[in-house]
Write a protein of this length. Structure first.
Length: 329
């Protein structure tokens, strides 16, 4: 008997939504038509499971119904989002679902950036690293954005270090046709992480571009992430993090504790018996500027606030904080 049912099921995380053929054809071709229908419009399958935001999917469904979705009603803004960030996240989902008209609609509603009052002075490369608990397939986070975004931190890279570190990085352009859906999911949450970290930790960044990513899923249920980002900066740019400051925002910068003018770094190796031949137990790196010795301040990252030097206990403590395995080679 011919199947005349016109209803399809979309499972977004743990929520179920119904979708009709008329709805999915509103902005076709798209991800839904390619998944549910063959080239002649006949049913291929009636269920789809995706790891996207179910709150945003409610807006997508309203759009496919032909309803007006802008301005976004406060009750439809996803938890922990603002109306402004919701538009950006909705655009990311529209790109994933391949809804071209919705993508253009979102772009038209995004607040235009005011004309810069200063010229860009440079573009730089940053790397954003962190980890989250992942779904069984290792593709997407299994915890809320607010839980894992606090584990991601930026570091500036020289061009030489970027060229070495980015070897083998993944991009949307490098995806094979069979990988495109997975890569779109990764690209979506990667851009969300970059957007939040740039806003939180970097000043005077006028725009940015996600260059690519690397990931490590060797630890079951945990995904370690490296995101490579190009940033365009204006005068006044600063980032609170580099490999040595560990989130201490007041230490280095113009007119701060360590000024941006000429300085000397001192490597101080401390032995257990305070002799030149004893067992090394601690490394410190004070600064010398204008004849004054400036000690490193303690980290402000939770779990590391008692440390201002490198010791065995610091190394053991920072591994779980940054999601690394406590193994040394």
């Amino acid at each position: 008997m011919k199947d005349t049912t016109d209803t399809y099921t979309v499972v977004v995380r743990d929520r179920f939504f119904k979708l009709t053929k008329a709805q999915m054809r509103r902005d076709a071709p798209n991800y839904f038509t390619s998944h549910f229908l063959d080239s002649s419009g006949q049913c291929l399958t009636r269920i789809m499971e995706i790891s996207r935001d179910p709150f945003l999917f409610e807006l997508v469904l309203k759009y496919l119904n032909g309803y007006q979705i802008f301005p976004i009603h406060p009750t439809l803004v996803p938890p922990c989002s603002t109306p402004e960030t919701a538009i950006g996240d909705l655009r990311a989902d529209a790109e994933f679902y391949q809804l071209k008209e919705l993508v253009n609609l979102c772009r038209s509603k995004e607040a235009p950036k005011s004309a810069p009052t200063v010229r860009f002075t440079s573009s730089q490369i940053a790397v954003i690293t962190g980890y989250f608990n992942s779904t069984a397939d290792g593709i997407a986070p299994s915890e809320s954005f607010e839980q894992y975004i606090s584990r991601f931190y930026p570091t500036l890279l020289s061009e030489e270090r970027y060229n070495a570190a980015s070897t083998g990085m993944l991009t949307l352009a490098s995806a094979a046709p069979s990988q495109l859906s997975r890569f779109l999911i990764v690209n979506g949450w990667s851009e969300r992480i970059v957007r939040a970290v740039v806003k939180r930790d970097m000043s005077s960044v006028e725009r940015w571009e996600l260059l690519g990513w690397k990931r490590d899923v060797s630890t079951p249920g945990v995904r370690h992430v490296i995101l490579f980002v190009k940033i365009w900066t204006a005068p006044g740019f600063e980032t609170p993090l580099d490999p040595s400051t560990l989130s201490v925002r007041h230490l280095y910068g113009s007119d701060k504790v360590v000024d941006t003018k000429k300085m000397t770094f001192v490597a101080q190796l401390i032995a257990a018996d305070n002799t030149a031949n004893g067992k090394l137990v601690e490394m410190r790196r004070p600064y010398v500027q204008d004849g004054k010795v400036i000690q490193n301040t303690k980290s402000t990252i939770p779990g590391l606030t008692q440390y201002d030097s490198i010791t065995d206990s610091f190394c053991a403590a920072q591994k779980p904080v940054f999601g690394d395995i406590n193994v040394y080679t």
